[in-house]
Design a protein around this ligand. Structure first.
Ligand SMILES: [Zn+2]
Length: 303
């Protein structure tokens, strides 16, 4: 059995860390340290228009202030686009990716047609361009979701260390999903899969809001012949009205005048009641708790 462990925290620089993103950062740091592993920080800055100038550097500085020191240099996805292009090319060669000419409007019309499938807020792509563009110009690139080798009819099953057995019929839930957008930006799903493999990531610890991406990422891992990491999705922090706390919903940046208070709050969400009046001592205490739980096979209480 290999004892190698590589984990990562991968924030988008759309703003500073807030109470919700710190939970994921702390959990991934604790899990890596509890396994005597490596902890990487990767800035997911592909979506240029949404990035906030200076946010990436500010997040790294926040992590340092919280005592969460990464191993090695911070990686920036914006500097790694050649890797995503190569992976997309490979998927095209394998017959798994194809160009799509549909505009936003085309997709809206298709989605409102009788019998159109939709899953939650996400529209299921109707497969319009699967068999060619009919003379139209390509806009985006999509992943063909069907007959994933070994998975049977694109139903992906996986185990989450907190949520337990998970299952998604990707074809029915999302259909052929986007790998590269019409504006040329590589999709989150593709970039994450390429980077996790290139960085040797063995364990993905991230917020539960990303659990729904996991099946698509596994589809891509299998198509590209890449390993599937272990997954642990951490509880979300809810706003006072019960909605998910996020930068999009106006979550306040962490007050790092008191980093210990921020860590204690994040620890509370993870069921950790650490001790200590200094950041380093509190982290040591939290790490002991996490290590004991990981040995028992439980990292985060289910509740
Ligand atoms: Zn199309």
């Amino acid at each position: 059995m290999s004892h190698r462990y590589i984990g990562r925290f991968a924030p988008s620089p759309t703003g500073l860390l807030h109470a919700g993103s710190l939970v994921a950062a702390l959990a991934s740091w604790l899990d890596a340290r509890a396994h005597d592993g490596t902890w990487l920080v990767r800035i997911e800055d592909l979506d240029g228009p949404r990035n906030v100038a200076g946010a990436a550097e500010a997040i790294v500085a926040q992590l340092e202030r919280l005592g969460l020191h990464p191993d090695g240099d911070t990686a920036y996805q914006s500097e790694r686009t050649a890797l995503y292009a190569a992976a997309l090319q490979r998927l095209v060669e394998l017959g798994r990716a194809y160009p799509c000419a549909c505009s936003r409007r085309d997709l809206a019309v298709a989605a409102s047609a009788p019998g159109a499938e939709s899953a939650g807020s996400e529209r299921v792509y109707p497969g319009t361009c699967r068999n060619g563009l009919g003379g139209k110009a390509a806009r985006s690139m999509r992943q063909r979701v069907e007959s994933v080798p070994g998975s049977g009819d694109a139903v992906v099953t996986w185990h989450d260390r907190r949520l337990g057995a998970q299952r998604e019929d990707v074809a029915r839930a999302v259909g052929d999903f986007v790998l590269q957008r019409a504006d040329g930006v590589f999709a989150y799903q593709l970039a994450v899969v390429v980077d996790d493999a290139a960085q040797g990531v063995t364990d993905v610890v991230r917020g539960e809001d990303l659990a729904g991406s996991t099946a698509r990422q596994i589809v891509l891992q299998r198509a590209l012949g890449l390993p599937t990491p272990r997954y642990l999705h951490t509880p979300l922090v809810l706003a006072s009205d019960g909605s998910k706390l996020s930068k999009q919903t106006g979550a306040q940046p962490l007050d790092l005048g008191d980093p210990l208070a921020a860590l204690r709050a994040a620890g509370g969400v993870l069921g950790i009641d650490g001790e200590g009046t200094q950041v380093a001592a509190w982290l040591d205490s939290a790490l002991r708790t996490w290590r004991e739980r990981s040995i028992g096979g439980q990292s985060v209480p289910r509740a």
